[in-house]
Design a protein around this ligand. Structure first.
Ligand SMILES: Cc1cc2nc3c(=O)[nH]c(=O)nc-3n(C[C@H](O)[C@H](O)[C@H](O)COP(=O)(O)O)c2cc1C
Length: 173
């Protein structure tokens, strides 16, 4: 039976959506049925065997759409294997070392018994939507720090873990 994975994401400027798309494509290459959706468009979680949930960091926390989704769906999330990712750092740090989740995401990870969390480098360019974002770019702190190799390797690891047949939904154990 094919494992069906939901890849749900929040985004403000679009770069986390692209990370989520890369993850989805890798999961498909791994033979899984992966569905890509913004968190606001996610219906019932019942049809999914596993979830990958990601959000950009803004001022030390996840985007509000992702926070809302996690809060409302935490019981459903806790019933299936979940992997979390954050995107944010506007430097090479996320490629160089493992950056732990921010406190609120760490609490979520524990609460829903998520399998793992990864932090990926972020992206901010001059067409960003907010004034604050454009100021950051103007000050020379923008750029694209997404590491496709790192993202793909992580997604492959998720795919291999799921393909390995482990982790059926908890309610079915
Ligand atoms: C106002 C502002 C606040 C930010 N705060 C953080 C932060 O606290 N931690 C972090 O790692 N990145 C932070 N970032 C960087 C964003 O997370 C990064 O640009 C991300 O890739 C944006 O994702 P999106 O394109 O999906 O919206 C911030 C960016 C802006 C514009």
């Amino acid at each position: 039976m094919t494992v069906k994975v939901l890849v749900a994401y929040a985004t403000k400027n679009g770069s986390t959506a692209e990370i989520a798309r890369t993850i989805t494509e890798v999961l498909r290459e791994e033979g899984l049925e992966a569905e890509l959706r913004p968190v606001a468009d996610v219906g019932e979680l019942q049809e999914y065997d596993a979830v990958v949930l990601g959000s950009p960091l803004y001022k030390g926390q996840w985007h509000k759409d992702a926070r809302r989704f996690a809060k409302r769906r935490r019981e459903e999330l806790a019933q299936r294997p979940v992997w979390l990712f954050s995107s944010g750092p506007l430097d090479a740090s996320a490629s160089e070392r493992n950056i732990p989740p921010v406190p609120s995401v760490r609490r979520l990870l524990i609460e829903i018994h998520a399998k793992e969390h990864a932090t990926f480098g972020g992206c901010l360019t001059e067409d960003a939507r907010s004034w604050a974002a454009r100021m950051i770019v103007k000050a020379g702190h923008g750029g694209d720090f997404r590491d496709v190799k790192q993202i793909s390797a992580w997604a492959q690891h998720v795919g291999v873990t799921l393909r390995g047949g482990a982790a059926p939904r908890r309610e079915e154990r």
